[in-house]
Design a protein. Structure first.
Length: 232
């Protein structure tokens, strides 16, 4: 029963709705001419759950997909035009073509200095997760997105995306991509804290402590803000 309710909620939340954007979409052929394997494509989604994610993250971007190119996907029996791997709330981890994002505002984020072997491992990580499905029985995880602008304090908005069982969260956030980049040791947007240096030779000095953010707390805008990705 809960699984059926969860499936209905997921389909409802991912149903396209009409929305206005001030930025004209980039033609698909122009995107394909620029994209390189390992690039992250940020997308301004057009469904109900996108509205909630954009509000909670205070960002234009509600979705992220990894461009892997068509050859690795064809080798796994996918259609010839498929070149992205993404996590979908209903279908789980899947491959899609550029037409999936036609008419939507997008942005390309390219990892800086990614070595060829790291790029191969990054793509392999994502490929190996194709077909992964998500447990939609925890309807509380899904029902929170029925309110497009939930009354949540600013400092709790990011964490709201990671509450609950985690399965629907992984399907709608950037967890798949965050896990892939963390698997090859590539930073996205680390947590930076400071602490005082107790030394008579350096009064008032502080040092920075960089910590890796848990993959469940990453959101699409982090790739946009990251100093380790350049915008194309």
């Amino acid at each position: 029963m809960l699984k059926r309710v969860g499936q209905w909620l997921a389909r409802y939340l991912t149903r396209p709705i009409h929305f206005h954007t001030l930025t004209p979409p980039t033609p698909p052929e122009r995107l394909l001419a620029v994209l390189q394997p390992g690039d992250v494509l940020l997308v301004e989604g057009n469904n109900r759950i996108s509205t909630a994610i954009k509000y909670l993250t205070q960002s234009t971007w509600s979705h992220a997909a990894l461009f892997v190119g068509s050859e690795p996907l064809q080798a796994r029996g996918k259609p010839h035009d498929h070149c992205f791997i993404e996590a979908d709330l209903v279908e789980g981890v899947r491959s899609v073509g550029i037409t999936q994002y036609a008419g939507l505002n997008t942005r390309i984020c390219r990892p800086v200095g990614l070595r060829p072997e790291d790029r191969e491992n990054l793509i392999r990580f994502a490929l190996d997760r194709l077909g992964n499905q998500y447990d939609l029985r925890n309807v509380v995880d899904l029902a929170r997105y029925l309110l497009p602008t939930p009354p949540v304090p600013t400092n709790w908005r990011r964490r709201m995306l990671a509450l609950g069982s985690g399965d629907p969260t992984r399907a709608i956030c950037s967890t798949l991509l965050a896990q892939a980049f963390q698997a090859i040791g590539y930073p996205i947007l680390p947590l930076i804290t400071t602490e005082p240096i107790h030394s008579p030779e350096c009064l008032g000095c502080q040092r920075e402590i960089w910590q890796m953010r848990h993959h469940s707390l990453f959101v699409p805008r982090d790739f946009d803000l990251s100093p380790y990705f350049i915008l194309r």
